[in-house]
Design a protein around this ligand. Structure first.
Ligand SMILES: [Cu+2]
Length: 162
């Protein structure tokens, strides 16, 4: 989405550039600014990751004739626990949180190793590959997530942090 948005800005800039030399320079600046503004959003939050101090709860990532799913799809944990996502079948899978409360966003982002973007963990490509997220420093609440590759297949879950 972000990249197509930048492409659109660039296309508009190119179109408007047909008017004359001065406009062309302005259009190029606009495209460059849009591209550089979009880049930092995919990076880290600037906060330090907080290691888990409690239990590690496992959630399997499965795809078979019954569909794509997290097993279990709903877990309840405590602040300081970790959730370990393990690929079983039908990869690639990932974990992408949505509607995260603002006060927990930066810490949760920092606790997601090798994040691909905003609230989005790295893509898991092989069976038995695992991805562990610490919930240390994260406020109690409901954390809803889905698998980006299987969003349309309703592969989603909820972590309730107490
Ligand atoms: Cu998936």
């Amino acid at each position: 989405m972000r990249f197509s948005g930048v492409a659109l800005v660039a296309a508009v800039a190119t179109l408007s550039a047909c008017g004359g030399g001065e406009q062309k320079a302005a259009g190029t600046d606009t495209a460059a600014t849009a591209a550089s503004a979009a880049a930092p959003a995919a990076g880290g939050s600037g906060m330090a990751a907080m290691p888990a101090t409690g239990k590690t709860i496992e959630i399997k990532m499965v795809g078979d004739e019954k569909g794509y799913r997290f097993e279990p799809a709903a877990v309840t944990i405590k602040v300081g626990d970790a959730v370990k996502f393990i690929v079983v079948s039908a990869q690639p899978h990932n974990i992408a949180f949505h509607d995260v409360p603002a006060e927990s966003k930066a810490q949760l982002q920092a606790n997601m190793p090798e994040a691909m973007g905003d609230m989005m963990g790295k893509m898991l490509l092989a069976p038995n590959e695992a991805y562990t997220i610490s919930f240390a420093g994260v406020k109690p609440g409901k954390y809803e997530f889905n698998c980006t590759p299987h969003l349309a297949n309703n592969m989603k879950g909820t972590i309730t942090v107490q």
